[in-house]
Design a protein around this ligand. Structure first.
Ligand code: IPM
Ligand code: MG
Length: 356
């Protein structure tokens, strides 16, 4: 089969890690008889440099016409002086909105080979954890009305937080469906003791749960969830939450695995193209030094094969190759212990290709 993939390498370490991910996709295609046709497009800082606009129309059009989108990372201090509407981050939000990517799937799983990197005591981690955060991605305070007013001579900033019932229904269904093929447990995270948005969220998730009688649903306030993640992460399986809480909790969940450099994500809508990207940022401090860990981006490609193309075997082969590389002792700087041999970004990519 042939698959068209729009590639946004982005800024900072983006080009280095995406190059390795493309290498792994090519190798997977070679092995299983698929062709991945890459079209590079610009978004974020690179697009601002080339066109003045963080998200050119051409980029959106090419992404829409592709089977899938692979993205490295966008942003960097160079763009801090851009007006809010043209910041690199705005390109990401614009892509999510224009491609209708309302469901962000962020798995946080601990690799046995990296257990030492985990910042939590072994007595708490026990046999490890495997959490999937399902974050709503096109609503909430991220997309609500923003404004500044002046009250009594003081500037006041406003961001409207809101969720409609249909928005909650569709993300809740995604979470329950995911739970059906895992351990049939969903934790819905909100702040229903304070926020009206959260009360609508909670009522709606509870109604949707009735469609999935085999799945156990629990509700948890976001402050408690943040605490429980470090107190006993093993209690969670699928965690569903809104855009803002999901942004925060998915960073926390990633950190307890030991390295944010390992974690992939998928952003999905009702149909293709989905967008696949590492959950970490553009790390301008290490850009261009071949120090970055390409694994999060490589694992994002594994998610792409599974969720966008239905290629389960191929996806599992990439995951197994990553695990085999780690088990063989392959480490980039972020996951190496003192004294361990450190691989460059491209050496890690090549090693994973070899394992394939
Ligand atoms: C993420 C990022 C983005 C977000 C930023 C870069 C806009 O933190 O994907 O988690 O807040 O969604
Ligand atoms: Mg974030």
């Amino acid at each position: 089969m042939e698959y068209k993939i729009a590639v946004i390498k982005g800024d900072g370490i983006g080009p280095e890690i995406v190059t390795e991910a493309m290498k792994v996709l090519d190798k997977t295609g070679e092995k299983f008889g698929h062709t991945f046709i890459f079209t590079e497009v610009l978004a974020g800082g690179a697009a601002i440099d080339a066109t003045g606009n963080c998200l050119p129309d051409k980029t959106v059009a090419i992404c829409k016409a592709s089977d899938s989108v692979l993205l490295g990372a966008v942003g960097g201090p160079k763009y801090d002086t851009q007006p809010p509407a043209n910041r690199p981050e705005k390109a990401l939000l614009g892509l999510r909105e224009q491609l209708g990517l309302f469901a962000n799937i962020r798995p946080a799983k601990m690799y046995k080979a990296l257990a030492d990197a985990c910042p939590i005591k072994e007595s708490i981690i026990g046999s490890g954890f495997d959490i999937t955060v399902v974050r709503e991605l096109t609503g909430d305070v991220y997309f609500g009305k923003k404004m500044r007013t002046e009250e009594n001579g003081m500037v006041v900033g406003h961001d409207d937080m809101n969720y409609s019932v249909p928005e909650v229904v569709r993300i809740a269904r995604r979470a329950f469906e995911m739970a059906m093929v895992r351990s049939k447990k969903v934790t819905s995270v909100d702040k229903a003791n304070v926020l009206e948005t959260s009360r609508v969220w909670r009522e709606t998730v509870t109604k949707v749960a009735a469609e999935y009688p085999d799945v156990q649903l629990e509700h948890m306030y976001v402050d408690n969830a943040a605490m429980q993640l470090v107190r006993n992460p093993g209690q969670f399986d699928v965690m569903v939450t809104g855009n803002l809480f999901g942004d925060i909790l998915s960073d926390e969940a990633s950190m307890i695995t030991g390295s944010i450099g390992m974690l992939p994500s998928a952003s999905l809508g009702e149909a293709n193209p989905g967008m696949y990207e590492p959950i970490h940022g553009s790390a301008p401090d290490i850009a261009g030094k071949s120090l970055a860990n390409p694994i999060a981006t490589i694992l994002s490609c594994a998610m792409m094969l599974k969720y966008s193309f239905g290629l389960e075997t191929e996806s599992a082969a990439i995951e197994a190759a990553v695990e085999a590389a780690l088990n063989s002792g392959a480490r980039t700087a972020d996951i190496a212990k003192a004294g361990e041999h450190v691989l460059s970004t491209s050496e890690m990519g090549s090693l994973i290709c070899k394992q394939l």
